[in-house]
Design a protein around this ligand. Structure first.
Ligand code: SF4
Length: 299
């Protein structure tokens, strides 16, 4: 029987921001029995479980830390900010010390938003309003911002009117920025829709991280060549979901799985070539396991 050709993307390690966050968390856990993280440290359930066994506890809101402090449950609480960051303003307001694993590229976007906000721009954030990175950016932007997810939302978008609207002068100055893990084509589509609106000044910052762009283009290159494409990564990972969507656009035989257990024999059946791509927070061992699973199917 002919062996299935397997092509693994050359961009399949943790991205540097995720690797850095995990290294910092490991160091913190060496020194402390319990460390709290605001949301999962990275968007991969398997890695998060490994860290929770080592003592990393997830809280959903910094208010939970305030409550723990108020109850006197712990004199010193070790709070870790995940790689996608949260609004530093929230922490400062609550006077909470923290261990920061925010990716430097996310911090850069936070600085841009802070600067634009000070200058009075109306800020449009391209991304998912529920994503922690976007929530953090929104917290920095203040009141004059809007999150847009896609072209449809951009088309329907109107600048706020009435008493709560920014002053006329400010209203006409628009700045567009992006979640670091957004897709380039989506960002461009939204930008072209916003460019049709009435404004005095429009500035745009493509703040999509290079690792995300390289990962997407390499995965799409492979998706063009193979009969089926497997994208491995957390279902809660924005960049993995977008990677799967980008591959599916090119190759309908694309599946998004978290682990080898999700891989169906039916999907592998008869495929002579299979491509594998991973999200920025997918552990490298997941690829090895999926390759082994495909090879078992060859027998
Ligand atoms: S995907 Fe990019 S921005 Fe996000 S953590 Fe990784 S390197 Fe940083």
């Amino acid at each position: 029987m002919r062996r299935t050709e397997i092509i693994v993307s050359s961009h399949s390690d943790f991205c540097f921001g995720v690797q850095r966050a995990l290294n910092i968390a490991k160091e913190a856990l060496k020194k402390n029995r319990i460390v709290y993280s605001v949301g999962p440290i990275i968007h991969n359930p398997q890695v998060v479980s490994e860290f929770s066994r080592e003592g990393l506890k997830i809280i959903n809101d910094v208010k939970e830390i305030c409550a723990l402090r108020a109850k006197g449950k712990s004199k010193k609480i070790n709070l870790l900010i995940p790689s996608h960051g949260i609004s530093p303003e929230v922490l400062r307001k609550n006077r909470i010390a923290f261990i920061d694993t925010t990716c430097p590229l996310v911090e850069r976007v936070q600085r841009i938003v802070r600067d634009l906000s000070r200058k009075g721009y109306f800020i449009i954030i391209v991304g998912d309003k529920k994503h922690p990175e976007v929530r953090g950016l929104a917290g920095i932007a203040g009141k004059n911002f809007r999150v847009l997810k896609n072209k449809r939302e951009a088309k329907a978008f109107n600048f706020p009117q009435g008493a709560s609207a920014p002053a006329e002068k400010k209203l006409k100055r628009i700045a567009l920025i992006s979640q670091t893990t957004a897709s380039v084509s989506n960002f461009k589509e939204i930008l072209s829709e916003i460019a049709k609106k009435d404004f005095k000044e429009l500035v745009s910052f493509n703040t999509i991280c290079k690792n995300t762009i390289d990962r997407q283009s390499e995965a799409q290159r492979i998706a063009r060549r193979v009969e089926a494409m497997i994208v491995i990564g957390g279902k809660n990972s924005a960049n993995t979901s977008k990677l799967a969507k980008a591959c599916r656009k090119i190759n309908k035989n694309t599946c998004h799985i978290e682990t080898r257990e999700d891989l169906k024999t039916e999907f592998l059946k008869g495929k002579k070539s299979i491509g594998i791509a991973t999200g920025a927070s997918t552990p490298p061992y997941a690829i090895k396991e999926v390759v082994e699973r495909i090879r078992r199917n060859d027998i």
